[in-house]
Design a protein around this ligand. Structure first.
Ligand SMILES: O=C(O)CCC(=O)C(=O)O
Length: 268
């Protein structure tokens, strides 16, 4: 992670790794998704995410597709590579510390034109949330749950999709309710524009959410949430038999790095 990227992550609560995946890696992931597209779940109306905000309302729910890490070979392979991608590891080593782990299993967030948004959420005060926090101390980042969104399609200005309120991870006040609904102070809300293959990393402490999708090209984002090695937000899971050394390092149960926890080095 360069000094500029560290500055911007500290300033904004997120950073973008441009071109993390090559066009071939993007194509392989998209092709594998096509093979399993019939298992995609469209979020039903009773589980709407727009928080009753008319500005975030859609004609239908977002699509969610999970389980890709466990698909039969070769379809699982692009996703197992992404989980501990060599270009991602140095960022997570810096943001979460060595020994970081995958907390929530990877899933695909898919949005067709008209898909609803998600009310802005995240933890950034006034109280301390022991699962979702941002601290910078002694020259190091300390983050609770941290999200990596790998884009498998382009996101252009005005399309909708992921937004953050830059800097809100350091806020001492709760986000005003009408701002969380995208009904006020919209000039402080930043839509994250990306190319297919880019990865957005943001701390769950930054206020973030989703704008309804307006583009004819569907959105496809692979979402994975990581924590520091000693932490768990969701119940931990057993390391699957198929995991190689590299995969095992990010699927290990939560415990201290001092106890021979497998870790990944930058450039590994
Ligand atoms: O649209 C996004 O990328 C954000 C989604 C999100 O915050 C969530 O699913 O919890």
């Amino acid at each position: 992670m360069t000094d500029n990227e560290k500055y911007l992550f500290d300033l904004n609560g997120y950073t973008v790794i441009e071109g993390m995946l090559s066009p071939d890696e993007v194509a392989a992931a998209n092709a594998a998704i096509e093979n399993h597209i019939d298992t995609m779940r469209i979020r039903p109306r009773e589980q709407a995410l727009n928080g009753e905000s008319p500005a975030l309302e859609g004609e239908h729910g977002r699509g969610e597709l999970g389980g890709m890490l466990h698909w039969p070979e070769p379809d699982c392979l692009p996703f197992r590579e992404i989980m501990a991608h060599p270009k991602l590891v140095p960022y997570l080593n810096e943001i979460l510390g060595k020994g970081f782990r995958m907390d929530h299993q990877m899933f695909l967030l898919s949005m067709d034109k008209g898909a609803e948004g998600f009310i802005f959420h995240g933890s950034s005060g006034p109280g301390f949330d022991p699962n979702q926090y941002y601290i910078f101390k002694n020259g190091r980042f300390h983050n609770g749950l941290t999200v990596v969104g790998v884009q498998l399609t382009d996101v252009t200005p005005g399309d909708g999709g992921l937004i953050v309120v830059p800097g809100s991870h350091k806020s001492n006040f709760p986000c005003p309710p009408d701002m969380r609904k995208y009904l006020a102070h919209q000039e402080n809300v930043r839509q994250i524009v990306c190319k297919a293959g880019d990865a957005v990393i943001f701390t769950e402490a930054v206020t973030h959410g989703t704008l309804p999708w307006t583009s004819d090209t569907p959105r496809r984002t692979l979402l994975t949430r990581y924590t520091a090695g000693n932490m768990a937000y969701t119940p931990s899971y057993d390391v699957p038999e198929w995991a190689d050394e590299r995969e095992r390092a990010v699927m290990e149960k939560p415990y201290h790095t001092r106890l021979n926890r497998p870790t990944l080095d930058d450039g590994e």
